[in-house]
Design a protein around this ligand. Sequence first.
Ligand code: PGA
Length: 256
Amino acid sequence: MKTYIVGNWKLNFTVGEASIYLHKLLKAMPNYRDVGVVVAPSTLAIQPLSLQTDRHKIKLAAQNAFYRDYGAYTGEISFSQLRGVVDYCIVGHSERRYVLGEDDKMIAKKVEAAIRNKITPILCIGETESERAFGETADVIRDQLLGGLSEVGDDDLSKVIVAYEPVWAISSTKSSRIASPDEISEVVKLIRRILADTYGIESAEEVPVLFGGSVKPSNAGAYLTVPGVNGLLVGGASLILSEFIDIIEVAKRVRS
Ligand code: PGA
């Protein structure tokens, strides 16, 4: 299985800035066969970047899309419109769950619509700080994982990527906490156990599980060597080209 390094640019970069970044990234980056590099620009930048990128080196992800293909849904963009333009779409990011009010039911429809349109959903799940403090992590992970996958048939499980992103570890500042490899390991084991119990061991093993939450070049190696982790979802550090390249280099070293 490939190691995935996914840069989530969130609401950052104008189209021009995104284009310059991608140009520099493509220039700096050799083609590592075992490392799949993906960037998720703002919706506005997706189309121009798709004309600019070399898909052998870098693939594009959307940060969100709507589950209906067309219709009276003002402001939305559909997976069918993104079909052939992006290879991946982040679905159920905690910022969409908690800032924009998405629930597991909507997220499940988005996962289904992505697969139907040949786009790999990156299903994000993770507990909040208070859920962890109250011992609810396992329940939250189970609910979000099985809830998000509720419209995925057994044959389609291999078309999904899962990202474990504890909400308390996202965008951490110097004073706040980041996740330890042991904490990640425990939850990733749980994710794999739930997938195995629900879909069978073989299918469960085919699902890439990524980790995200304040990933930096300095901790990427430790996170990538957690058993069962197949890649990283990188927010803040992916906005700094040199840091993102360093994380890709770490992934390459870990793989070789
Ligand atoms: P962060 O964001 O790396 O800035 O913590 C990760 C994410 O939200 O996907």
